[in-house]
Write a protein that binds this ligand. Structure first.
Ligand code: SPQ
Length: 428
């Protein structure tokens, strides 16, 4: 059933506590399951994607107890996992799928991974190819490019690998395999991607060296259970940072936002566009930076986004495109081909759907060009089952002259289950 979004000329006022970071929540369950002992997690994101990760580890025999945002993981380490009698279902989650491939490749188990329709189209060879070089054994369509993928765990060897794409999922899959491999793995990125895995490895007691774009990790290290505090997800906060900037007479305070510098590209872009954003109270939890962010309505100007900024805001590009429709001048987004292999092709999805609302936006081979400012009108938006397209459309509806409808509000639960509750609480 379509959801109708019709908010008559709202302003946004209030304070929101941003829910847990999806990337960190996934990793807290994975690391807690690999580690020996008890791990307690605070601020866990109970979203569909993160619950898929929990489901996989439960099938592997790890004891996981969920009490709202508090989760307890009890494990005797990776060698104590049991061979699952069922397939491991990773839902809509690329992070679960790719990181599980890295973790299970070096286990002593035979497993089969499958995800939903979107996951079945997302490329896995970027992970399975380097893992095969380490000695992993996979069977899957097109030489283990697509799920379902079956794995027979093997003793792995370290690898020296230069990554062809800037991807935290590829980096993390290799690092997690390297943890259980023989020898020192040396991994070089083409651009620095989010570094939650490196930070969490240290948090669970592993020793690794990071020199600019190169990471050195020696295999055979054992992790020990610990306490993890999950910061709020800046990728979720981004929707309210954008809304607070473009909805007239707005002022929002976003609390508990993860401010890991590999994720804060959205704040840099907002400032560059002239937005009124400021960061208050920087703190550190479980090796991750957090803080509160305030945002107020402001006049925006177009900007150019590319190069090493792209991995620092890759998931924020749909909402940045909406911002750009309200900015004066041209916004060019380039070097973002990776958008084509997300939950959907996000270049096509963003361009097609914002055009329906009257935006002046053109797709390019590696991004998009937006001319603004353009008044937007209502329309029927297809989310393509992609949470970030759904939330972009919901924020757009705050400034459209007539109602916006979205075909699938449920997809938003992948990363922000209480998104609409939060949105309604700040509409005045
Ligand atoms: O987990 P999934 O489905 O890949 O989710 C997305 C998202 O929009 O939430 C991407 F579609 O985030 C990825 C992100 O784009 C999460 C992630 C991580 O936790 O390591 C890294 C990024 O992907 P990649 O391919 O650049 O490594």
């Amino acid at each position: 059933m379509r959801k109708i979004l019709d908010y008559a000329q709202p302003s946004l006022q209030g304070t929101l506590r941003i829910p847990g970071d999806k990337s960190v929540s996934h990793r807290s369950i994975m690391f807690g399951s690999i580690a020996k002992g008890e791990t307690t997690i605070e601020g866990f994101l109970q979203s569909d994607d993160c619950l898929a990760t929990i489901d996989c580890f439960t099938k592997l025999g790890v004891e996981i107890l969920i009490d709202g945002e508090n989760v307890q993981v009890k494990s005797n380490g990776i060698d104590a996992w049991k061979e699952p009698s069922d397939i491991l279902y990773t839902g809509n989650s690329g992070t679960t799928t790719r990181l599980m491939l890295g973790i299970l490749a070096g286990s002593n188990l035979t497993t089969v991974l499958i995800g939903d329709e979107s996951i079945q189209k997302r490329p896995m060879k970027r992970v399975t190819a380097p893992l095969k070089k380490m000695g992993a054994h996979f069977i899957g369509r097109e030489d283990a490019q697509f799920t379902p993928i079956a794995m027979e765990g093997k003793k792995l060897q370290a690898i020296h690998y230069k990554m062809p794409v800037a991807s935290a999922q590829v980096k993390s899959a290799i690092l997690l395999a390297a943890l259980n491999a023989e020898g020192e793995t040396i991994l070089t990125e083409i651009e620095i991607s989010r570094d939650h895995t490196e930070k969490m490895l240290r948090h669970f007691g592993a020793d690794l060296t990071v020199e600019d774009k190169t990471i050195y990790l020696t295999g055979g290290q054992k992790l020990t259970g610990t306490h993890v505090v999950v910061p709020g997800d800046i990728s979720s906060a981004a929707f309210f940072l954008a809304a607070g900037s473009i909805v007239p007479n707005s002022k929002l305070v976003l609390q508990n936002v993860g401010l890991n510098p590999t994720r804060t590209g959205i704040v840099d872009v907002l400032k560059e566009m002239g937005a009124n954003v400021s960061i208050l109270e920087l703190d550190n939890v479980s090796h991750e930076e957090i803080g509160d962010i305030t945002v107020e309505t402001s006049e925006l100007k177009g900007t150019e986004i590319g190069g090493d900024l792209i991995p620092r805001l890759i998931d924020e590009i749909p909402i940045i495109a909406l911002l750009a429709t309200q900015a004066t001048g041209k916004t060019i987004i380039k070097d973002a081909e990776e958008l084509k292999v997300k939950e959907t092709n996000r270049i096509d999805a963003v361009v097609n759907e914002l055009k329906k609302l009257g935006a002046n936006i053109t797709a390019t081979a590696d991004g998009m060009i937006i001319e603004g400012p353009t008044p937007l009108h209502g329309g029927d938006i297809d989310t393509y089952g992609d949470h970030r397209i759904g939330m972009m459309a919901a924020i757009a509806s705050l400034i459209t002259s007539t109602a916006v409808t979205i075909d699938n509000e449920n997809c938003i639960a992948v990363s922000y289950p209480n998104f609409f509750e939060h949105l309604l609480s700040v509409i005045k």
